[in-house]
Design a protein around this ligand. Structure first.
Ligand code: MG
Length: 262
């Protein structure tokens, strides 16, 4: 029996460079080669605008069977939006406001080499906290990222939040270069899997697959076959390997058919 398979991709670092649009060569390979064999889906932590911007505007819904923004809290199947939950409905307005206030206070007391704007971004299923502010240029993002590697700004911030709010059932996830995400336990990228139906295998490709990374849970999930990649070019390499393996498997299956009949 030929298995029905779907390839599900993280966006930043997997299909695109961080926050950048997908390269034409990568998209061409996906749409002209991979899509002949598998359905395609994408899951990102960012909001829908950023993901559609990166993946070619409104046509994203024609290119990919499923489009998941905010880990699947914003979900589309064949261009049709699916219903989901919100962070405020689960955490509660009161607790959420205490949490946001604490973040703003903590950021106000942080001294960094520079700060920009938009320190907290509120999304459907998560809060994105950026100590340096999301309105960084590309160069500033890299500068902060390097500063953070040395000084562990995001790690320390998360430790402070865990200490202050031990009873909130929240997960903290460092992804990208300048921020971290906060969401209810279980609302990591595995959330999107509840929307995917009718497949024998879900192949997930992601670049932040180690513990604490935003692809870790879905990469490790029993519901997926995980592929760890280092960049969009590596994603293409691994897709080529996967397609070769599948071809081999199908050829073997075809060989077995006459044997079963005999
Ligand atoms: Mg990524």
């Amino acid at each position: 029996m030929t298995k029905k398979m779907i390839c599900l991709f993280d966006v930043d670092g997997t299909l695109t460079d961080a926050r950048q649009p997908i390269k034409p060569s990568v998209e061409k390979f996906l749409l002209e080669t991979v899509k002949k064999q598998f359905d395609l889906a994408v899951v990102g932590g960012s909001d829908l605008n950023k993901i559609t911007e990166q993946l070619g505007g409104k046509s994203v819904f024609e290119k990919y069977k499923y489009v998941f923004a905010e880990n699947g809290l914003i979900a589309f199947e064949s261009g049709k939006q699916l219903s989901t939950e919100t962070i405020q409905s689960v955490v509660g307005e009161e607790a959420l406001q205490d949490f946001i206030n604490f973040c703003l206070k903590y950021i106000s007391e942080l001294h960094l080499p520079f700060k920009r704007g938009t320190f907290i971004e509120f999304r459907s299923g998560m809060i994105n906290v950026s100590p340096v502010g999301r309105n960084c240029t590309k160069d500033e993002r890299v500068q902060f990222y390097e500063y953070d590697l040395e000084h562990q700004i995001r790690q320390k911030f998360i430790q402070a939040l865990k200490k202050e709010f031990p009873d909130l059932a929240l997960t903290y996830s460092i992804g990208g270069q300048i921020s971290f995400d906060v969401f209810p336990n279980g609302w990591d990228k595995t959330y999107c899997l509840r929307h995917i139906r009718g497949y024998d295998e879900i192949h997930f490709f992601g670049d932040k697959t180690t513990e604490g990374g935003n692809d870790y849970e879905i990469y490790e999930s029993d519901l997926t076959v995980g592929h760890r990649v280092t960049c969009p070019e590596d994603t293409i390499n691994q897709l080529n390997i996967l397609m070769a393996l599948i071809k081999e498997r199908r050829e073997r299956e075809q060989l077995q058919v006459p044997m079963q009949c005999a």
